[in-house]
Design a protein around this ligand. Structure first.
Ligand code: F6P
Length: 380
């Protein structure tokens, strides 16, 4: 039998939760190879994220199962967007935390590794509070997890969105059109900003900077006056004009201040209605630009193509580093933490320091400065 290094855990479960992201399988592989090969742990994978965890659905993951998945997109385990403390089960909303903790104990699973973004990090912390030995690894194409330099999936999505903007340039140019490209990111604009800069978009609109439509129109008209008869606008899903941003902030304030269940329900419904209306934002923006400039405008929603397919080299490297470091953390008995990327290395960050904290783009971030310096309009 092969010699293994000492480990605080013998049997460990892993799951992928939230929206899928390139690099999930590379991370499962990175963790699994180190956990099994170096520490001799037994590994199981829960199906369909938190849903499968609550339903105790898992499969054994041996070395063979980890082979050949480094480059595979999506997640071999499946995923879901469930919450451990409010999950729909048999038609009712239930708190599954105790059930999950009991199941893990009954199966002899000493620790749980959760691959996910901000929502999954909150789930991980909720489980830690009921005694589960949990380790979180930061995944998301949105790059919005606080306390880590990077999240796997982001760089791949950045490459995909940048390539799309490149391609949209040539068609915008040929037809003398405005092309509005919608890029993922409801609350944080990292992807739209990064891909917009890398792809040379003329206007970049992100949630952190409410835009003034008149200023966007002026940018496009100025380009036409200078002899450039096309414009590419990169807009994040969650970007809003100043009026909508104000209305949304008021709705949030109403919700935060609601003191009765009735007031809370009404405020929630009001905010949800605004969010629903906002789903059409990119199309409305294109229509307004068309009306104001007299140019033709077209919309391209990049959508799920940004999350699909094989991870790029940078994400495979990050995934492998984080996965291997998580195996070290589990073996050393460090739980209730996120394995964060810091420079070339990793750091264990207590979940209570980061869970629920969204990393948005700071207004003085170097990317914003660089965009402005090269003359990219940010709508403000
Ligand atoms: O959280 C990642 C993300 O891709 C966001 O950028 C996007 O807004 C959202 O997921 C879409 O979620 P869903 O998969 O539930 O449609």
């Amino acid at each position: 039998m092969a010699e293994h290094e000492a480990s605080a855990v013998k049997k460990v479960g892993i799951l992928t939760a939230g929206g899928d992201s390139p690099g999930l399988n590379a991370t499962i592989r990175g963790f699994g190879k180190a956990a099994i090969g170096r520490y001799g742990m037994e590994l199981v994978g829960f199906r369909d994220g938190i849903r499968g965890l609550a339903e105790n659905r898992f499969v054994p993951l041996d070395s063979k199962a980890l082979s050949g998945i480094l480059t595979v997109g999506g997640t071999i385990l499946g995923t879901s967007r469930d919450k451990v403390h409010r999950m729909e089960v048999d038609g009712e909303i239930r708190d599954m935390r105790e059930t999950i903790a009991e199941n893990l104990k009954a199966e002899g699973i000493d620790a749980l590794v959760v691959l996910g973004g901000g929502g999954s990090q909150k789930n991980a912390m909720r489980l830690a509070k009921v005694g589960v030995n949990v380790i979180h690894l930061p995944k998301t194409i949105d790059n919005d997890v606080a306390g880590t330099d990077a999240t796997f999936g982001f760089t791949t999505a950045l490459e995909i969105a940048t390539d799309a903007i490149d391609r949209l340039h040539s068609t915008a140019h040929s037809h003398h059109r405005i092309i509005v490209a919608e890029i993922m990111g409801h609350k944080a604009g990292w992807l739209a900003l990064g891909a917009g800069i890398a792809g040379g978009a003329d206007v970049i609109l992100i949630p952190e900077i409410p835009y003034d439509i008149e200023k966007v129109v002026a940018t496009i008209n100025r380009r036409v006056e200078r002899g450039t008869s096309f414009s590419v606008v990169a807009v994040a899903e969650g970007a809003m004009d100043t009026d909508d941003a104000r209305a949304m902030a008021n709705a949030q304030a109403l919700l935060d201040g609601a003191s009765t269940p009735e007031a809370k329900a009404a405020a929630k419904a009001h905010k949800a209605a605004l969010e629903t209306a906002h789903r059409e934002n990119t199309f409305m923006l294109a229509r307004k630009l068309e009306e104001a400039t007299g140019m033709e405008a077209r919309v391209t929603i990049l959508g799920y193509v940004q999350r699909g397919g094989t991870p790029c080299g940078v994400d495979r490297l990050l995934a492998t580093r984080l996965g291997a470091a998580a195996a070290d953390a589990a073996a050393a008995g460090h739980f209730g933490v996120m394995v964060a990327s810091k420079g070339d290395g990793t750091e264990l960050v207590p979940l209570e320091n980061v869970a629920g904290v969204l990393k948005t783009v700071p207004l003085d971030h170097p990317w914003i400065k660089a965009a402005r310096e090269v003359g990219t309009a940010l709508g403000d």
